[in-house]
Each structure stands twice: as C-alpha cells, then as structure tokens.
Design a protein around this ligand. Structure first.
Ligand SMILES: *[C@@H]1O[C@H](CO)[C@@H](O)[C@H](O)[C@H]1NC(C)=O
Ligand SMILES: *[C@@H]1O[C@H](CO)[C@@H](O)[C@H](O)[C@H]1NC(C)=O
Ligand SMILES: *[C@@H]1O[C@H](CO)[C@@H](O)[C@H](O)[C@H]1NC(C)=O
Ligand SMILES: *[C@@H]1O[C@H](CO)[C@@H](O)[C@H](O)[C@H]1NC(C)=O
Ligand SMILES: *[C@@H]1O[C@H](CO)[C@@H](O)[C@H](O)[C@H]1NC(C)=O
Ligand SMILES: *[C@@H]1O[C@H](CO)[C@@H](O)[C@H](O)[C@H]1NC(C)=O
Ligand SMILES: *[C@@H]1O[C@H](CO)[C@@H](O)[C@H](O)[C@H]1NC(C)=O
Ligand SMILES: *[C@@H]1O[C@H](CO)[C@@H](O)[C@H](O)[C@H]1NC(C)=O
Length: 902
C-alpha cells in the first residue's frame, strides 16, 4: 500500500507538469457548444478571447474585484482601469481544465468542467458545462472584500454577428438564468459552423450576494467595477451583437473573506430543440436532445444541473482518476494525450430521443465530423474514435451505428456496400444513396469491425443479429473485392492506387470479424466456415502480395519503394483476430525501428506517397500494434510532440505536416478522431462471451425442449411397444412410464433479421425553404510543400517538466499603486467583434503579449498544495483499490471459448 502511495505521488508530480497544447479545451459539449483557449504563445486565461473550434472569438469573460480594484481573469478588454490578472499554472484532466489565477492579493483556481457521464445519458446529453472558482486564498493571509463577475454573449447563437438577437432573464425556484437566441431562428441551419437555431444560457444558483444584469458590455463592467454588484435590470432593446454588444452578466459578492466555503459556480449551455432531422423506418423525424426525457422545461434542467454540481464534481474526479491511473501504466505522455483527446470525441456527438420526448428507450446518437465537414455519423471518423467509446461505455456504440444501419436497411438504400455517412449537412441526416464505390471497402469494413468490436466488448449481439443480413451483404462485398482493391480510395486523402495494402487488409480483418459474428450467432456451419476460410486464405494471399522481401508492408502490392503504416492491423488486435500472422507484426515493428530515426519532428507519415502528412489517430492505432514498449512509446511521443507543442495551430488536429507541424486546412481541428488516443486502453478491455440475443435463446431453448421431448416420446413409444410385446409374450402387467417431458412448442416469436423495408423516398425534401449556407467541404489541402516554414525544435525533456507558468506575476499588481482606491471608470468600447477572427488571424496578429511562457521556472509548492496533494493521493488510492476490487469481483468469462476453439 505504501508503494502505491509513492507511485501515485510521482505520477501526480508529473500530472501537474504539462507542456502546452495549441488550444486548451474549455467547454466541449456538442458540435455547437464548444470553446477553446488559444495557447500557442503561452497559457493565459485573460488578454485574449476564448474561441470556437474554428477560431471565431466567443467573448466570454470573467472579473474579480478585490478591495475595490477590478481585475480581469478571463477574456480581454481595453479599459485602462481594469487590471490584468495572471494565470500562474494550468492543469488538464479528461473532463477539466484548471487554471490557477493570481489577482492582486487574491489567488484562486478557475475550472472549466465538461461533464462526461458514461452511465447517465440524460446528464451526459445536457449541453451544459460548469465554470467554477475554488481554492480561493489571499497571499497576505488577510481578509479582503471580494466580488466575482462573469458575462457571456449571444455569440453562441449565430455565425453572423449582424443578426438581431433577443434575450431574457428568468428567476426559477433555485436559480437565475439568462438566455439569448436569434430573433429569427433558422431551424437546422448553420452559418460558419454555428447553428442558427440555438439558445444560449448563462446561470447561477440563487444565493446571497447574487446580482445580475443584461445590457451593453461596458455598462456592465462599469457597474461591477464601481459598485461590486450588478443592477438586476434587463436591457430590452433587441439588437445585433455588433451593436453595443449586448451582454448577459452574473455576479456574486463574497463579502470580506480570505477563503471560499463553497465554489462559485456558473452554468453555461447551448440548447437546440429539435436538434436533429433524420430518416427512420417510419419516415423523416425531428429528434430532441435526450435530456428532455427527464425534464419538463429548461428551468427544471438548469436547476438540477446547478444543484447537482457537488456530485458532478465527484463523478468527474472519479472518471478522471480512473482514466489517468490506467493511462499512466502506459506512459506519462499517454496520460496527457487521453486527457486532451476525450472531450473532442464526446463533444462531437448528440444523444437524442424522439420529438415526443416521452420514451427513454428511444435513443439515437449522432456525430458531426467536426473540424472537417458537416458529415453526419461519418463512418471512418467513428472507426478512429471507437476506442474511446468502447472504453467509456461500449453500450453507446449501437446507438451511434443504429441510425446508419436503420437507414441502410430500408429500400431507400440500394447499394450492396456500406454508406460513408448519413449525409453531409449536419444536423440534417437524411441519408445518402450515392452509388460511388470509392469508399465501399473502407466503410463496409469499418461497419463490420465496429459492430463486432461492440459485441465482443459487451457480450451483446442484439445489434449484430438484428442487422445480420445487411452485415452479411457487406462481408460478401469484401470477400469479392478486398484482396485487389481497384477503383477505391482510402478515407485519408482520397489516395486511389490499385492494390493498396492497408485498405485490403482492413477488408480481410472485417471478413474475419464476420466469421466470428456468424459463429456467435450460431449460423449454419457452412456459412461460418465460408467466412472463416475466406478470411484465412485472403490473409495468406495478402501476406504474399503486400509484404516486401525485406519484411515491411508496401503501400501497394509489389512496389517495394513505397511503404505504408498498416494501421488497420490495430483492428485485428482489438477484435482478437489472429488472421494476420505474428511475423507481419514483428517484422513491421523492426521496420518502424529503422524508420523512427528518419521521422519528421512530428512523426512518421502513414504512407510514403504522402511523406509530409501525419495523422495522430493512425500513429496511435499503430502504437497499439507494437509489442516492444520502447518502439510503442516512440509512436506515442510522436503524437505528443505535436499535440503539446506550439507548432500546432489549432485544437488538437488530426492531420498535420511532419516537419512544420502546421495543420492542413480542414484536417480536423477538434476532430472526434482523437478518441483514437484510447487505442491502448481499449486493448486492455476484457473480451466477453457473446451471448445469443435473449429472444433467440428462448427459442433455442424451446426447440431443444421440443427435440428432447420428441426423443423421450419415441423412447416411450418404443417402451410401450416393448411393454405390449412383453405383455403379449409374457402376459404380465408392467408399470406404465409417466415421466414423459411435455412438448412445449416454439418460444416467443423472434424479430426477423431485417426490419421491414418501408419506402419513404418521396418524403425527403426540405419543407421550410430555409437558407442553408453550409456547403460541402473540399478535400484537405494536399499541398504540404506550400508550407515551407522552418520547423521548430522538438520538445525537450526539460520543457516538458516546466509547466507552472510565471513571468508577469508581479507585473499587474505592481502597476496598481493605489489598489485600494479604484480609479474612475471611463466607458469605452472595450472590444469590437468581427466575424473574421480566426486561428490564423489570431496567431499572427498577436505577438507574445503579457501572457506567460512555458519555459519559466516553477515556484515551490506551498504546504497547502501539499495538503491538497495528500488528499488527492488518498482519493486516488481509494479509487485504485476500488478498481482492483472490481476487477477481482467480476473476472471476465473465459475468452473466445465460443469463437476460437477450432
Ligand atoms: C514555441 O516554443 C519554442 C520552444 O519552446 C520557442 O522557442 C518558440 O518561440 C515558441 N514559438 C511561439 C510562436 O511561441
Ligand atoms: C491587459 O492585457 C491586454 C492584452 O494583453 C492589454 O491590451 C491591456 O492593455 C492590458 N491592460 C492593462 C491595464 O495593462
Ligand atoms: C488548484 O490548482 C493548482 C495548480 O494547478 C493545483 O495544484 C490544485 O490542486 C488546484 N486545486 C484544486 C482544488 O483543484
Ligand atoms: C453504460 O450505459 C448504460 C445505459 O445508460 C448503463 O446502464 C450502464 O451502467 C453503463 N455502463 C457503464 C460502464 O457506465
Ligand atoms: C417547469 O417544470 C416544473 C416541474 O414540472 C414546474 O414546476 C415549473 O413551473 C415549470 N417552469 C416553467 C417556467 O414552465
Ligand atoms: C420506445 O422506443 C423504443 C425504441 O425505439 C421502441 O421499441 C418502443 O416501442 C417505444 N415505446 C413506445 C411506447 O413508443
Ligand atoms: C452524397 O455523397 C456524395 C459523395 O460523398 C456527395 O457528393 C453528395 O453531396 C452527398 N449527397 C447528400 C444528399 O448528402
Ligand atoms: C483593443 O485593443 C486591441 C489591440 O490593441 C485592438 O486590436 C482592438 O481594436 C481594441 N479594441 C477596441 C474596442 O478599441
């Protein structure tokens, strides 16, 4: 036990030491509700604006007033009497971004917490986040008069700041909330990646000292700076955001204090209803966010969200601890990557229910291809994100695959291979029956692998059974086409060579998945054997064709001058398929060892045809195929070197230049593919014995009963005949046999393999004539050579350890000579919002400002810090013991006894 504590102390010592990603996630909860803190020039919560994933500023701000002097700790303004607070450190966990802020004599943590609730999908689907202040202390140990204030903006609700917005303030039983939306909402429409039909909320629980106000931003700041409280008044002049920036403010007066008894908590959210328009077997339906199954109205949801804060905090802490401890068994860099990646995947999805909102069993999950396009449930993006979903709660997977499987089971879908997505215009998901075969192998294989991985990790084959005929059709397509793919492309860059090795092997692994599914579902032996034998023979042919004489996998068959990173081999590991021989893995590992020294600063490309292009998700999948720890960790380091360096220029992007680190345009800032960071953790998940679905088991039992009954009856008849003969022969009385098992007949009727196909093709047009500015996005920038920038140096071990930020910590306070006497507030336009700010614009426009540099020296830890550390260690230890106990308690059933016995 003592050693555990020591280990955890070391681990925590590391965990608080992090280098800086290009952008730190603040709220990442839905495709339309996410915000980031750009950090290429250092981490500072203030002096810059948080932005949407695409770089547009969001103008969300926070202030603290200490003894009459106001400091800005979040966001930016040009008002000379407002001083800048200083961000002294930051800390990232999978659900939280924690910033330690110093403002005059006050020091506190500001935390952005994004609930990830794998076992409560109502809470998970509520598109709200917490911003809270805790661990307040005063550096002089004395009490001071302290007030906090934060405001949000209607910028969340439109991509065009010239649109007129409206707002209101509501006083509920237990909270005060502001809301804002467009005056003319446009259902299911997007502008510049923003939804035009959302309502933004900003809320606080009722408590003493709470004040609120709506109005021109400078008026609110002025009011707070001079009075320390807002005026509790509503502005009723609805106008565009660009006109005297209408602002929604909430403030709290803590009185004279040197500590906080409760955290100061704001709730922020962006809600749309309905949230999705999609096809189903019954036709087109509008769907609502899943949380509506529990709440009558938004007031009730907001009250509950705020009241639940202490529990939400405990759950977030427990989830973070579990993930970080398990990831630390891999490597410290890996802990950082799973911490950065998770919110991107979870925040790209929306859990929905039917528009009637009264059926909690009606669940469908939709994912947007955030950072790349407007595609809905993009199959290969989901394939990359799958490890995180399997790890968090594999039961989510069928609800995400379901809308695709449903659509393709209807007569509206006529292809014999799987579709790439449900359409290209999120949040409208009407399906796409385009007959291009370009993605046929990628998509069919992804669907089969995901379906089987879900069955294997949950033991639940209901989805696989329900859509078996569809899956079989796709497997048959692969049997015919996957060994010599020609006329197909990969999802990576639309590479279209014939005989692409990595694409071919994905199809083969998928056929192997099909054979295991057929076996689990007790299909006829001929069918099981056909897939099994096909997978085996295709795999051995593939090994002959794809592996070069020197042992590495070539990009296309026979071309030993081009190599590929066959990252789809990860899927073979994930689904425990031994279809590809071990020597392929070991030879490939040896090959990587020769390539690693030649890798670009930010990693190995996935195909030597595209030697400049690196994808984080495929580096991490590849790490999962490597047995040797050093080589595996080298791949993790490649991903880490980019994700936690200032060479990146967007929120954790999927694809970037191997040398410069620059993100290719539309290559996935904030992309859900980063669920791939969980690739190694997903390999640790136990494989379950796959049960026949319940209804099948019942029927099987009945048939078996019938058979047994029949046999017993025959035996009985035989006995009777014998008895009769004996009696005839011996003319003696014999006792009659009574214990004949009754024939029970067939069990409850099982659903058929396929849904009945309904035709709703005539019903798919948009009916409200809305404007849809979103256009299909082109392929990523494929001209890496245009970016001839000199690559920055790689991350060194020393910068890795210096994450506590310092520098201007003494700057702002010392400028406040008369900090006790606030200077008169001079109203000015504190900022102007433009629609054109973007990542590129922001980073080039802002040189290094007063924000801090990562390479400053860390101050010594305080005894209060050590106390906290101790508490956290205790908690981690408890959590770990719990984990152990749980693992002991539910030993996974014997693996694959069903699948791999031959
Ligand atoms: C990026 O970091 C390196 C080393 O940490 C530093 O030398 C360089 O100036 C930084 N670049 C920017 C744009 O901040
Ligand atoms: C606060 O920081 C911003 C951004 O760096 C700067 O423009 C502003 O002048 C600073 N305010 C003061 C009072 O120093
Ligand atoms: C506040 O932030 C500091 C620095 O990151 C950290 O050491 C401390 O644990 C945080 N406090 C809480 C309650 O999270
Ligand atoms: C997964 O989600 C289901 C449905 O919400 C829930 O019953 C189950 O407990 C969850 N499992 C885990 C491991 O969270
Ligand atoms: C919201 O629902 C709750 C519970 O049903 C009810 O008490 C409350 O009056 C409703 N509030 C509004 C604003 O409709
Ligand atoms: C609720 O939804 C489930 C799943 O879609 C469906 O099977 C069930 O029939 C629905 N129940 C009602 C009462 O509509
Ligand atoms: C269907 O997919 C094709 C190919 O990806 C695309 O060009 C087309 O716009 C899509 N159509 C719809 C309605 O989504
Ligand atoms: C605030 O200062 C910045 C940087 O100097 C400038 O770009 C911006 O236009 C100023 N905003 C206003 C409202 O003056």
């Amino acid at each position: 036990m003592y050693t555990i504590v020591i280990f955890l102390t070391i681990f925590l010592g590391f965990a608080s030491s992090q280098t800086i990603p290009a952008a730190i996630p603040l709220t990442v909860r839905s495709p339309y509700f996410n915000s980031w803190l750009p950090s290429t020039n250092g981490v500072s919560l203030n002096g810059k604006w948080p932005t949407f994933w695409n770089g547009r500023v969001l103008a969300w701000a926070g202030f603290v007033r200490v003894d009459g002097q106001t400091y800005q700790w979040f966001g930016r303004n040009n008002i000379t009497t407002i001083l800048n607070a200083t961000t002294t450190s930051y800390h990232l966990t999978p659900t939280r971004s924690i910033f330690t802020v110093s403002a005059g004599p006050a020091q506190f943590n500001a935390t952005f917490m994004d609930p990830i609730e794998p076992s409560d999908w109502v809470r998970h689907s509520l598109p709200f986040s917490y911003l809270f202040i805790d661990t307040l202390l005063t550096t002089d140990g004395n009490s001071h008069s302290i007030q906090f204030y934060s405001h949000s903006y209607a910028l969340w609700v439109t991509g065009n700041a010239d649109n007129v917005v409206q707002w209101d303030t509501t006083d509920t039983t237990s909270s005060i909330y502001h809301e804002a939306s467009r005056l003319n909402k446009q259902p299911m429409a997007e502008t510049g990646d923003f939804a035009e039909d959302s309502t933004a909320y900003y809320a606080m629980a009722k408590q003493s000292g709470l004040t609120w106000q709506t109005g021109f931003v400078d008026d609110l700041i002025n009011q707070f700076a001079t009075k320390g409280a807002l005026a509790d008044t509503k502005d009723t002049q609805f106008r565009p955001i660009t006109n005297n920036n209408p602002t929604l403010g909430l403030a709290i007066d803590l009185g004279t204090t040197k500590e906080l008894s409760n955290a100061v908590v704001w709730a922020i959210g962006v809600v749309r209803d309905p949230s999705i328009r999609t096809v189903a077997s019954a036709g087109i339906e509008s769907r609502s966010t899943y949380f509506w199954t529990r709440y009558q109205n938004i007031s009730e949801a907001i009250d509950d969200f705020l009241l639940d804060f202490p529990n939400a905090y405990d759950r977030a802490n427990a989830l973070d601890t579990k993930i970080m401890i398990e990831a630390s068994a891999v490597s410290p860099e890996y802990v950082k990557l799973v911490s950065l990646g998770l919110r991107q995947t979870m925040g790209s999805m929306e859990f929905t229910t039917g528009n009637a909102k009264n059926n909690a069993s009606d669940i469908k999950v939709f994912m947007k291809d955030v950072g790349v396009s407007g595609r809905v449930n993009p199959v290969n993006t989901m394939y990359a994100a799958l490890p995180a979903l399997l790890y968090l709660n594999a039961s989510m997977v069928p609800y995400l695959l379901g809308p695709l499987l449903d659509y393709q089971s209807t007569s509206a879908y006529t292809n014999t291979f799987a579709a790439p997505d449900l359409g290209t215009t999120y949040p409208t998901a009407l399906g796409n029956n385009t007959n291009t075969i370009l993605g046929a192998i990628e998509n069919s294989a992804s669907m089969l692998i995901m379906t089987f991985a879900h069955a294997l990790k949950t033991g639940d084959a209901t989805m696989a059974d329900r859509y078996y005929n569809l899956l079989k059709q796709w497997a048959d397509y692969l049997v015919t086409n996957t060994l010599h793919p020609s006329g197909y492309e990969t999802d990576d860059d639309g590479l279209r060579y014939p005989d692409m090795s990595n694409l071919a092997v994905k199809g083969i692994i998928a056929i192997s998945a099909m054979s295991k599914l057929a076996k689990a579902l007790e299909k006829p032996n001929a069918e099981i054997d056909m897939y099994k034998n096909k997978a085996a023979s295709l795999a051995s042919e593939w090994e002959k064709l794809a592996v070069s004489t020197s042992g590495f996998v070539t990009s296309t068959y026979g071309d030993s001058s081009n190599w590929i990173m066959p990252y789809h081999l990860y899927s073979a590991k994930l689904i425990a398929s031994d279809i590809i021989s071990d020597t392929v893995f070991t030879n490939q590992q040896k090959y990587y060892e020769t390539q690693i020294p030649q890798a670009g600063l930010y990693g190995l490309p996935y195909d030597s045809h595209n030697a400049q292009r690196v994808r984080s998700q495929w580096l991490m999948f590849t790490a999962g195929t490597i047995a040797d720890k050093t080589t595996r960790d080298a791949f993790i380091s490649m991903v880490h070197a980019h994700a936690f360096s200032n060479a990146s220029d967007a929120p954790f992007p999927g694809m970037y230049n191997a040398q410069s680190g620059k993100t290719f345009s539309l290559s996935g800032p904030s992309s859900p593919v980063q669920g791939s960071m969980f690739a190694l953790l997903a390999l640790n998940l136990p494989n379950k014995f796959i049960e026949l679905p319940l209804y099948k088991r019942a029927r099987k039992g009945a048939i078996a009963g019938g058979v047994v009954g029949g046999v017993v009856l025959l035996v009985a008849i035989a006995a009777l005949v014998l008895f009769w003969r004996r009696r005839r022969v011996r003319e003696k009385a014999v006792r009659k046999k009574e214990d004949i098992m009754p024939y029970v007949g067939v069990g409850p009727s099982a659903p058929g393999g396929h849904e009945s196909l309904q035709n709703y093709i005539g019903n798919t047009s948009f009916d409200n004539g809305e404007v849809r500015p979103f256009t299909d996005l082109p392929h990523p920038d494929v001209n890496p050579n245009a970016k001839g920038t000199i690559p920055p140096p790689p991350m060194s071990a020393s910068t890795d350890l210096q994450t506590t930020l310092q520098g201007s910590s003494s700057k702002s306070p010392s400028r406040t000579a008369a900090s006790g006497t606030p200077q008169p507030f001079s109203p000015s336009r504190s900022f102007l919002l433009t629609n054109s700010e973007s990542w590129i614009g922001m980073h080039s426009r802002r040189g290094s400002t007063s924000s801090l540099n990562a390479s400053s020296v860390a101050p010594g830890s305080s005894s209060a810090g050590q106390q906290e550390l101790f508490v956290e260690v205790q908690q981690l230890r408890r959590e770990m013991e719990e984990l152990r106990a749980r693992q002991g308690a539910d030993e996974p059933p014997p693996m694959y006894r069903h699948l791999d016995t031959e």
